[in-house]
Each structure stands twice: as C-alpha cells, then as structure tokens.
Design a protein around this ligand. Structure first.
Ligand code: TXA
Ligand code: MG
Length: 321
C-alpha cells in the first residue's frame, strides 16, 4: 500500500523552490516535460525512489530515466561514446533518452537503475522541468506519472486522477506538447538500438549518424518497462478499423470514421497532422475509455515519422492481456 500523502497542486514558477525542497526531503513531485508528465524523486535517494514504485503500483522495479539539467550533468552519471555525444548535442534538451554505461562517478541509486550497469539519461526541454532540475541540482528519477498499466499523463489533471493521495505534489504546466514518451536509444556499444520510438524519429537519427538503427527485438536486456500491456486502457483496442459500431468508441484520424456509428468519436487530427495526433493520443484514450465502451476502434494511421511512436503505443494498448 502506498503511504498516504496530501497531494498539492503547485504553480510554476512561483512554487518551484518548494517543489525542490519536497524532493530534497525525499518527496514525490510530478512535473511536466515536453513529452508527458513525470513522477519525480531524488534519484540519489534509494528510499525516495522506492516511493515512486509504490505510488505507481508498479509490479517490478523497472529502470527509471534519470533527468538532468544539461550534458555536463549527464556525463557525471554515464559514459558517452562518440555517437551518444553526437545525439546528445543534436537533440538535447529534447524528447530523447540515451541508455549508456554507468560512470564511476554516478550518483543515481542502484534502485533507480534496477541494478543494471547502464543508465537512461535525458535532458528535457520543457521550461518548468529545466527550471526544476536547475534549482534541485541533482538528477531526478521519473517514470511517467500514471498508475501502472494506465496510459501516460499529458495534463496535470491526468496525474491527479491517477495519483491523488499517493504523491506529495504535481506542478501545473498545461498540456504537454509532444504527447508521447521520449525516444529511447541504447548506446551501450557502437551498434545503436532504438528501444522505443518517439518524437525524435528513426529517420532523424539515421540521417544524423549516417547509419541504420537496429531494433530492440531479440536483445536479452533491454527495457523491461516495454512490456506490451504497459499502455492498456480498460476497453479492448482494435487497430486499423474501417467500420464503427453503436457500442464502440472511435479513435479517428483525418475523419476516416466520421460517418460510422459509435458511442463517441474523437479525431486525433482532422488535418492528418501526426504531431497534433501524438499530442492528443493519451488524453483521447482516457476520454474514450471513460465512456465505458467495450471496444475502442482505431482508424488507420500512417506509421512513418512520429506515426511510428503513435502506432507503437497503440499496438501495446491493443495487445492481448
Ligand atoms: O518521455 C519520457 O520518457 C517520460 C518522461 C517523464 O521523461 N518517462 C517515461 O518513463 O516514459 P517510463 O519509466 O514510463 O519509461 C522509461 C523506459 C522504460 O521502458 C525503462 O525500462 C527504460 O526506459 N529504461 C530506463 N533505463 C534503462 C536502461 N538502463 N536500460 C534499458 N531501458 C531503460
Ligand atoms: Mg510509463
């Protein structure tokens, strides 16, 4: 059972010093990033990190992303080879997480790393996240700020719906801009692997490095948190639907299902803009799930660019469980 806490809604920038003080005391503070809201704790305090798993109701200790203020701070925690450095310089601050070998000077608790000798590091670009990291001056361990198995929060209201009474505070930062979690690339050796697609696209990374990204598939490790049911709504999810049903909720794209029968229909982007669709994805899934439909039917969505991340999350939501 998670320890019961009074959850406060903090306002940026006025309450950032208070948020940092809560973190120093081992508290749990959810904060906005440009991808999704994160549930933060002082990454160097194992007991604070344990509180994250407790609050989320996570079944196991998955490795958490350590958020830092800049590349210099990241290099105190992890060892960057040339390719990792190139990626960090090109895309940080931004929606990219790099998995690198742990540095000897690493301050992040082994619990946050789930005992691995690698670490996931990210410099977010959201001004509130950056301001918090600068004022706190230590790495902040943060998974997405949702109950285990729920979709990631893109609004402070989503965080409150999932975690009120289980965390100390959430910093209000409005709707997150990207809407899906960061791209994760493993840089453990010279063969880079795409562990999770996101807003930094496969094509962008391949163009920058002049090489093909390998997939995570078949690797023994790697990202235990990537299990398929991770993003599951209560309703079953049907992909590539071309027909509605009176009892179904519809997740549309570009008006393809506009004339179909349904309980409720949400169009991720009437103009077929994949960035807009990603930004609306998790809120739309929550809303459609809330009408109590047995099934959410999803219109076909192209899987190039940011569409790869959208289809990845929808495929997980649709996976049998
Ligand atoms: O956008 C995001 O990435 C958000 C914001 C809050 O930063 N965070 C997020 O965290 O989505 P989470 O815990 O829901 O997903 C992090 C993923 C997990 O699948 C985890 O297994 C993987 O990162 N990960 C973290 N450290 C790793 C490591 N050392 N090796 C392999 N995978 C790792
Ligand atoms: Mg998550």
């Amino acid at each position: 059972m998670a320890k019961s806490r009074t959850t406060r809604l903090l306002q940026a920038p006025d309450d950032l010093a208070e948020a940092a003080a809560l973190l120093r005391r081992g508290g749990l503070v959810a904060f906005p990033t440009e991808t999704v809201y994160g549930l933060g704790a002082d990454a160097t305090q194992g007991t604070a990190v344990a509180g994250i798993y407790d609050a989320k109701g996570r079944p196991s200790f998955n490795p958490l992303i350590a958020h830092v203020a800049d590349l210099a701070a990241a290099q105190r925690e992890g060892l960057f080879n040339d390719k990792a450095l190139t990626l960090a310089r090109a895309f940080w601050p931004g929606p990219l997480t790099l998995v690198v070998p742990v540095a000897p000077s690493c301050s992040v608790s082994s619990l946050a790393r789930a005992g691995l000798d690698s670490i996931g590091l990210r410099v977010p670009s959201h001004p509130v996240a950056l301001a918090l990291l600068r004022s706190f001056e230590h790495p902040i361990a943060a998974p997405s700020a949702n109950r285990s198995g729920h979709v990631s929060p893109t609004l402070a209201a989503h965080v409150l719906a999932d975690l009120t009474g289980r965390i100390d505070a959430v910093i209000e930062g409005g709707a997150t801009e990207v809407g899906v979690e960061s791209t994760i690339i493993s840089c453990l050796d010279n063969r880079l692997r795409l562990l999770r697609p996101g807003a930094v696209t496969r094509a962008q990374v391949e163009a920058l490095l002049g090489e093909t990204l390998l997939d995570a598939d078949g690797d023994a490790l790697i990202a235990p948190g990537m299990m398929q049911s991770h993003y599951a709504p209560n309703a079953s999810v049907l992909l590539n639907a071309t027909q509605g049903a009176a009892s179904a909720a519809l997740l549309d794209f570009g008006g393809q299902l506009a004339a179909e029968p349904c309980l409720m229909r949400i169009d991720l982007s009437p103009s077929r803009d994949l960035s807009e669709a990603a930004a609306h994805l998790f809120d739309a899934l929550r809303q459609l799930d809330a009408v109590g439909a047995q099934q959410i039917r999803v219109a076909p969505i192209p899987s190039e660019g940011l569409g790869e991340a959208i289809m990845d999350r929808l495929a997980r939501a649709a996976a049998p469980r």
